[in-house]
Structures are given as C-alpha cells and as structure tokens.
Design a protein around this ligand. Sequence first.
Ligand SMILES: [Cu+2]
Length: 156
Amino acid sequence: MSKIRKLSLALVALAVVGAACGQEETESAAQEQAVTIEAFDNYYEQTTIALEPGAEATITLQNGGGVVHSIDIPDLDFELEAPSGEAVNSTFTVPDEPGSLDFFCKFHPDEMTGVVTIGGADQPIEEDVDTEGDDGTEDVEEDDPGGTTTEGEIEY
Ligand SMILES: [Cu+2]
C-alpha cells in the first residue's frame, strides 16, 4: 500500500514539474533591460550605459537638442539616430562576455562620447572626470545671426 502511495505521489510530482516547465517555455529566459540616453547640443546627459550580459537591452535615444544626434556602438553593430525633439529606440541582445565598449555620436564624435559596460554593475564607474565641462561651451547660447549681441567679447 505504501508503495502504491509513493508511486502516485511521484506521478503527481512529475505532472507538476512538467506543467511548470511548459509554462516557463513561454517566458524568455533572457533578462530585459531598458536604458534611456538623453542627447543635447552637443553632449549626452548620461555617458554610461550599463548592460547585463545576455540581456535583451532596449536603448532609447531621446534628442532634446536642436540638431540630429546618434548613438553608435561599432563593436555591437548598433546605431540609433534621432532627429531633433524625437526619441528612437532599438532592442538587441547583449553579448555574454563582460567588457567595456565605446559609444559616440557619429555627427559629433569629438564631443559626444560614452562608455558601454557589460557586466560591470559591481564596479560603478566614477564620473569625476567633469573638469572639461566647465570650459565655457555651455555658456554660449544659440548663435546670433544678426550679430546684434556685441556686448561680450567672443573669441574664436
Ligand atoms: Cu550629436
């Protein structure tokens, strides 16, 4: 009697495991990630994209600037291009290997750069390299085509 009982319990357990496995198949095992980068003229508001290895990552480029900007990650064959005032996104699978890669705006590759980290969540990247941001580039407003603003001395 006890043997039969054990057997039936085992069968029930098998059935439960089978059902659970079937359910999991519908959900992808890959982790989903969403990252938004804001771009202005001409800088990124966020200069680090931290990704998890193997994740399904959606990167959104939100362009708050007046001209077109992009996010290019050549090592991942990734490119996003957002016209002024628009947001575009793209989803891709992050490589399994940890590492760090460069990203940049193809229209302003000297000014707009950042770093993609894969699996680097345990090593936060310090962003104290901000000394270059104070060289006055942000203080200059839009160009004045009429040339009426002659108060300040503008050296080129
Ligand atoms: Cu740009």
